[in-house]
Design a protein around this ligand. Sequence first.
Ligand code: ZN
Ligand code: ZN
Length: 340
Amino acid sequence: MLPVSYGLLPEKQMRAMVQPAPGVPLQMQERADLSLGDREIRVKVSACGVCRTDLHVVDAELPGIKYPIVPGHEIVGRVDLVGRDVTTHAIGDRVGIPWLGYTCGVCRFCREGMENLCDRPLFTGYTRDGGYATHTIADARYAFPLGEDGDDVSIAPLLCAGLIGWRSLVMAGNAERLGIYGFGAAGHIVAQIARWQGRYVYAFTRSGDVEAQEFARRLGAVWAGGSDQLPDAPLDAAIIYAPAGALVPAALRAVRKGGRVVCAGIHMSDIPSFPYDILWQERQLVSVANLTRQDGADFLKIVPQAGIRTQTTAFPLVEANEVLTKLRTGQILGAAVLEP
Ligand SMILES: [Zn+2]
Ligand SMILES: [Zn+2]
């Protein structure tokens, strides 16, 4: 039987880290009961990964942020309430809630299998409330069933760093020598898939970040160095996860003729002008936006096959501001995860 009452929890049990307006820190707030639509599920959050995109939301670097906003789009939790029309999820199911929160289903991009480019989308933790909270609401159609393998904290970074990482890796094509610029949450997951696929991984970190370079070598990178360095062999493709526009010409210089540079972030500082010479010879420069539900299905199937292990550090939800600062200043190895 589906519950018909949507107001089961006393107010005090629901809390969230909320940003009320641009430029102010997140504040822990008790939230009134979340109202649930017919196609929605309420999820009791057990872990929520901290993604670089959360920094772009908190720093108001993206257009159209919904305020007050609860960030967080790498959510693992259990369904504790289902809307009337939901047949795909039941109370108690473990689910993952990603960045893609809703698509219109009727625009040309949705109809042509490119729902990641939907004209009227909603994104979790950006234009609808996300997972820096004890509970969140999601459209059931965009929540992935997660099964029972693996612990919640380890799985959380897969929901964006892993998923967008996967999409950007597919976009990189059949590159044997793959450069990864920015070896954080996404980079360390993609490196493991790339290795499993038999590619050679070249990891580029902030100049002098020896710890991240050693981390990359431990995960099988054949080369690791600063992003101001050139690798010992030309790359077939490079993926840029760090939000620094200066990495675009750096990566173009590192790829061979006909090679491809994939920009995988949602936001980047301006790209400095560069000589046409480094794009010439059929090098390609592309970007990756969002994800499709199919990306999620494909990627979650690969996770156990490739034996992906995430490196995570868990923090209490109430420390979200401090964790964002750590991410901003490069103090997180692998991925940070919040636990309510
Ligand atoms: Zn659409
Ligand atoms: Zn993300």
